[in-house]
Design a protein around this ligand. Structure first.
Ligand code: CP
Length: 321
């Protein structure tokens, strides 16, 4: 595997899930693969889970790890071409990328959407430059439009907790005080469509996800109807994807607190499990009682980030060896 960005990159999902089970049962069995190999993790944005779980995954596989926080201690990087660099940015990404590639075997990148230029964000300009100029396999650690390590961990978790063969999985928008990217819901939608689940998306009008991710999934604007019979509730905020009105891209269109997932919402479901990628703002996305309830599986979900990252890095190392 040379890149890990979209669900297609992982190939057969059942095979990937089986591999995840094997990795979880014996996560140090492939230490030889990473010997004398280095993962460079590049963070343009903050992280807790991705940073720790991916580093742990690399250590499971016997790799060395270098972590670069671009905004803390590195030269400020210019990402646009054709600009006169007379501001505070000392280095261009187009020199920095091949230099970074020279020090490692695999690259992981976290680079969020700017949420001002839809075309720039949805072209995945930063990640594409890494793919083109680093000479190394590149793994998304949440980019402008996708978060596949999270979606893979989410799917592993659903497989572990499902009580029916084909569970109903509901992705619900929930309110937030800041404009957030669409990467998590995009990838979740993409992976759920590829999985054997009954997938429903619910959100206020104006929050339609991009068709390349949501495809022909059922969209239900009535949150109550969407929750009925659900086995899994996956809550997440996202800002306007600008599908119907490009001028609204990245904006907060709605602050309707009736979308916050509380106990009444959960009572509409079939004793659904509650999921969220974390970090989560309590009182906005979900109430304390729901996230602390026995139905909440946010902690095992986060723990499975180590498993998804181990499978992905393992496959990337196997392609190198
Ligand atoms: N879910 C997730 O990616 O968490 P972090 O932003 O803390 O890495």
């Amino acid at each position: 595997m040379r890149t890990f960005i979209n669900v297609e990159d992982i190939g057969n999902l059942q095979a990937a899930l089986q591999e995840a089970r094997e990795v979880k049962a014996n996560r140090f069995a492939w230490q030889h693969l990473g010997r004398n190999r280095t993962l460079l993790m590049i963070f343009f944005n903050n992280s807790l889970r991705t940073r720790l779980s991916t580093q742990k995954a690399a250590m499971n596989l016997g790799m060395n790890v270098i972590v670069l926080d671009v905004n803390q201690g590195a030269w400020k990087l210019e990402t646009e071409r054709g600009v006169i660099m007379d501001g505070d940015k000392s280095e261009h990404l187009l020199e920095a990328i091949p230099v970074m590639g020279a020090y490692c075997d695999l690259i992981g990148i976290r680079s969020f959407a700017g949420l001002t230029d839809r075309e720039y964000d949805y072209a995945e300009t930063v990640v594409q430059q890494f793919i083109r100029y680093s000479g190394r396999p590149v793994m998304a650690m949440e980019t402008a439009t996708v978060h596949p390590l999270q979606a893979f961990a989410d799917l592993i978790t659903i497989e572990e907790y499902k009580t029916v063969e084909r569970p109903k999985v509901v992705l619900t928008w929930a309110p937030h005080c800041r404009a957030l990217p669409q990467a998590v819901p995009n990838s979740f939608a993409q992976w759920m469509r590829a999985a054997d689940v009954d997938f429903v998306v619910t959100h206020p009008e104006g929050y339609e996800l991009d068709a390349r991710f949501v495809g022909n999934a059922r969209v239900e604007y009535d949150q109550h109807k969407a929750f009925e019979g659900a086995d899994f509730i996956y809550a997440k905020n996202w800002s306007c994807p600008g599908v119907t009105r490009p001028e609204d891209y990245g904006k907060i269109l709605c602050d309707d607190r009736s979308w916050t997932v509380d106990a009444a919402h959960m009572s509409w479901t079939r004793e659904a499990r509650f999921m969220h990628c974390l970090p989560v703002r309590r009182g906005l996305i979900v109430t304390d009682d729901v996230i602390e309830s026995a139905q909440s599986i946010v902690i095992p979900e986060a723990a499975n980030r180590e498993i998804s990252a181990t499978v992905v890095l393992k496959r990337m190392l196997e392609a190198l060896n």
